[in-house]
Write a protein that binds this ligand. Structure first.
Ligand SMILES: [Zn+2]
Length: 403
């Protein structure tokens, strides 16, 4: 059992001054420092002035296999980006060996990310993810819109999924990613979702990221049309957005982007108790626009903030992602938005990914960060923690000080 006494604990929307934590693998108690000093005396570790303890951050959406990208991919618009991915995919994947993936995982840790959801297209990131110090929700991705190829693609997916299910370590969760409405055939989606519900696996999917996708799903036209015609000899979208969302009715899912979702689709997302993953930097770099957070709160849809991969970001840092989000949504109340963003990378992300962390509260896993700041603390702390310089002094996962 360990006891740390902090200047401030900021968790689940609450700022507690002069409080400490009693913990082993999980959090046992959160109480005023005076009370803990009285009870535990010299066992207490005093963190001192300017110490702020926050839950470890959770990055719900990252593609580690593309971590070699710096300037290879074309930014600005979705279709040129996608074409550049297809042209350079093999090179990027080959350039990113275990060392490169481990470096990306380590970088996330340095930025205070103690849990992440990794979308794996090829399974090349399995070993580094299995060895990561963080909690990992490992999303094996299913892709394939051509019915002729369905069986082969499904068995490739299954092979990767089964390999991830062989990993036996606490905090590693084999899961399923359905690539997107335009890229996966209905039969494959339904097969995978049936398996997910039987095995109680977590599920994620990309959804309505670009205007090109919107046009293709709605009218089988736009800049996706020549792309599908040339690469896959397809003239019709694999699913409409409504059909796609319909398959997930019984499976609460984390849908990434959804920048171009309609009112009806947002209603389906709300009814299905789904979560949206908001990746503001990726959306900006690929020219996809800005997710309207007001429409989400009107429908009580939960959103979580994610970095996406280095294929559409320059860093895997949720502090940077929150900062960009603060500025990309200029009409939202600043302090309220800062609070929402903090929830989105801690308590809400944990709930969506079904992880027992994200809050500094009894029975939750002791996954937290000790930050050090050099300015007076007030009720606007959530803003300052995002915008001001900070140091992450130590990182705890399952109560172990790993840094
Ligand atoms: Zn993605």
């Amino acid at each position: 059992m360990q006891i740390i006494l902090a200047d401030t604990i900021f968790s689940d929307g609450t700022i507690l001054r002069d409080h400490g934590i009693v913990f082993d693998k999980t959090i046992i108690e959160v109480s005023p420092n005076d009370k803990l000093r009285e009870r535990y005396g010299e066992q207490c570790v005093e963190l001192g002035e300017g110490s702020v303890v926050v839950p470890g951050l959770i990055n719900s959406h990252v593609h580690l296999e593309f971590s070699a990208n710096r300037s290879t991919l074309t930014y600005g618009e979705f279709m040129p980006w996608l074409s550049s991915v297809i042209a350079s995919r093999n090179d990027l994947i080959n350039e990113c060996d275990n060392k490169c993936i481990t470096y990306a995982i380590e970088t996330m840790l340095q930025h205070g990310i103690t849990a992440f959801g990794a979308v794996s297209s090829y399974g090349f990131d399995l070993e580094p993810c299995a060895k990561a110090p963080q909690k990992v929700v490992y999303f094996n991705e299913l892709i394939g819109s051509d019915p002729q190829m369905a069986d082969a693609l499904y068995s490739d997916f299954q092979e990767r999924l089964f390999a991830s299910q062989e990993i036996d370590r606490i905090g590693f969760y084999p899961s399923i990613a359905i690539h997107s409405p335009y890229s996966v055939h209905r039969i494959l989606i339904q097969k995978a979702l049936t398996y997910a519900s039987k095995k109680k696996l977590r599920v994620t999917a990309h959804l309505l990221e670009s205007t090109a996708e919107r046009e293709w799903l709605d009218r089988n036209s736009g800049s996706f049309a020549p792309f599908f015609q040339n690469f896959l000899k397809q003239t019709k979208a694999a699913n409409t957005a409504e059909e796609f969302l319909g398959y997930f009715r019984e499976t609460p899912t984390l849908f990434t982007h959804a920048v171009h979702a309609s009112e009806e689709e947002l209603s389906m997302i709300a009814e299905g108790n789904h979560t949206l993953i908001h990746c503001p930097i990726s959306n900006r770099l690929l020219g996809n626009g800005v997710l309207d957070l007001t429409r989400l709160s009107d429908k009580e849809i939960r959103f979580v903030c994610g970095t996406d991969g280095l294929s559409s970001n320059y860093t895997l840092d949720l502090f940077e992602e929150m900062k960009i989000a603060l500025f990309i949504h200029p009409n939202d109340d600043l302090l309220k938005l800062a609070h929402r963003l903090w929830q989105s990378v801690t308590a809400d992300a944990a709930e969506a990914l079904k992880l027992n962390c994200g809050k500094i509260s009894p029975t939750f896993d002791a996954d937290f960060l000790v930050m050090r700041i050099e300015y007076p603390i007030n009720e606007q702390l959530p803003i300052h923690l995002i915008t001001q310089a900070h140091t992450i002094e130590s990182i705890y996962i399952y109560g172990d000080k790993i840094q």
